[in-house]
Design a binder for this molecule. Structure first.
Ligand code: FCB
Length: 473
């Protein structure tokens, strides 16, 4: 009997880790996609009337990015678009999430429309639809027109109104064919990485500015929703993509339990609460040691305009440990430093970004959002990993770790769907290797490898695995 049991558990564990994710959980119209963003892949920064974005300017600052790398050429998708869409079809994607470059469409951010910029996305959408790939269009993935940055960028309210105008310009052109829309990508990063940590454009270092920028990004989202809907079909779905790090306690000391709450407010609720509850979390600003941003009377009703779905970008979790008062006094005077995030957990595995591989965190955040915020639907709009990929010079990149990562995360989504959480899609970050912001080209997230010297694309083993998996459904 014990032999039988051992054999059973062995084969069960083999099936759990090696088999395809439980296909039965996924409805036939589930979106199986991969994602990119404009500045990370397009290149062609001076072509067809595009004007600079704040990322062109930021990346040019010595030391801002790894080896001074920029998105000037990137994966040259602007010139490889048809080939890239053909590759998506080869990967059996039925959805593709991309972003539009605001400074390609409105070079000055406002005013004159550059039709040639819009034409590019028009061709992209047609190419996708011709192959049965549903476009998920993101309007803002961090490449603010430099002309608007020069007028104050996200620190001024006018930028939110400019965004709503831009959204309408795009919806007028593409609204007859694009069903899925995301207004903003990860406003937490826009605000905190761009304005407090200074590691993203525009490279500022002031938490006070970060909360102002974040508020205007939220306002931009809310103002744009009705402007989009005015030009979309009745089936169209409008949402926003937020980034989440579910927070776990490293121990059960009271300091740590308090730290979990603070970290969660800062990392997850800052943007969730205004969108779904119409106010900021109570302790957000005092925890950060800043004053609230200037909030006008109708702002929260605009920001919490109902949306059709929430995009969840998930990469990893936070494991935090609270510091005692004595530790805080000794180490820092900053309120946000009352806890530490544990960087290396014994026994855990990490991606090339230094992010812990933790699929359960995805289940945690999806179920928690479903129960506490009740969005109409959820889509995993980014999930993926950078690993140290090696191309053999022919047609092979053996990225087994990425296959494991995707399989485990897709299995997790299947489990969550079985708990009656409405999830409508899973989108891998990324379709192609690309410009990973301040990390430049050294971090590769793609299902498809890019040899930047020749712009040759080579499908990685993970791309083949994903294609086979989607075909098997
Ligand atoms: C997300 C961004 C995306 C990419 C991945 C790795 O935060 O939305 O552009 O950088 O991380």
């Amino acid at each position: 009997m014990s032999i039988t049991n051992d054999t059973a558990s062995l084969s069960r564990s083999r099936i759990d880790t090696q088999s395809a994710p439980a296909a039965a959980a996924f409805p036939p119209d589930f979106l199986w996609g991969a994602a990119t963003s404009a500045y990370q892949i397009e290149g062609a920064v001076l072509e067809d009337g595009r004007a600079p974005s704040m990322w062109d300017r930021f990346a040019a600052i010595p030391g801002a990015t790894y080896q001074g790398q920029t998105g000037e050429v990137a994966a040259d998708h602007y010139h490889h678009m048809q080939e890239d869409v053909a590759l998506m079809a080869q990967l059996n994607l039925n959805a593709y999430r991309f972003s539009l470059s605001w400074p390609r469409i409105l070079p000055q951010g406002i005013g004159a429309v550059n039709e040639r910029g819009l034409d590019f996305y028009d061709r992209l959408v047609d190419a996708l639809l011709a192959r049965g790939i549903r476009p998920l269009a993101t309007l803002y993935h961090w490449d603010l027109p430099m002309a608007l940055q020069d007028r104050g960028g996200w620190l001024v309210r006018d930028t939110a109104y400019a965004f709503a105008d831009y959204a309408e310009v795009v919806a007028r052109r593409l609204g007859d064919r694009v069903e899925w829309w995301l207004t903003q990508n990860e406003p937490w990063c826009t605000a905190y990485l761009g304005y407090a940590l200074g590691i993203h454009a525009p490279g500022m270092h002031d938490k006070q500015l970060a909360v102002v920028a974040g508020h205007h990004a939220l306002l931009a989202h809310g103002l744009s929703v009705p402007r989009l809907r005015a030009h979309l079909s009745s089936q169209a779905q409008v949402g926003i993509a937020l980034d989440f790090y579910p927070v776990y306690a490293a121990d059960d000391r009271p300091e740590t339990l308090h730290a979990v709450k603070r970290a969660d407010t800062f990392r997850n609720r800052w943007f969730l609460d205004p969108l779904f509850r119409g106010h900021y979390p109570d302790d957000l600003f005092s925890d950060l040691g800043v004053a609230p941003p200037p909030i006008h009377e109708d702002d929260f009703s605009i920001i919490s305009t109902p949306i059709d779905f929430l995009g969840v970008n998930y990469y990893s979790r936070m494991l935090v440990r609270g510091r005692t008062d004595t530790e805080i006094m000794a180490e820092s005077t900053m309120p946000a430093d009352s806890y530490e995030a544990i960087e290396r957990i014994p026994g855990a595995s990490y991606t090339e970004m230094g992010w812990e591989v933790f699929p359960d965190g995805l289940a945690n955040i999806l179920t928690r959002i479903h129960h506490e915020y009740a969005p109409n639907a959820l889509i995993v709009t980014e999930s993926g990993a950078a690993f140290d990929d090696h191309w053999d010079g022919n047609s092979n990149i053996h990225d087994q770790q990425r296959i494991d990562y995707l399989r485990e995360h897709i299995q997790t989504v299947a489990q969550v769907i079985r708990q009656d959480v409405l999830i409508k899609g899973y989108v891998v970050w990324s379709f192609l290797d690309n410009f990973e912001w301040s990390e430049g080209y050294r971090k590769r997230f793609g299902l498809v490898y890019v040899d930047y010297a020749t712009q040759r694309r080579i499908v990685k083993d993970s791309g083949r695995w994903y294609a086979d998996f989607v075909a098997s459904l």
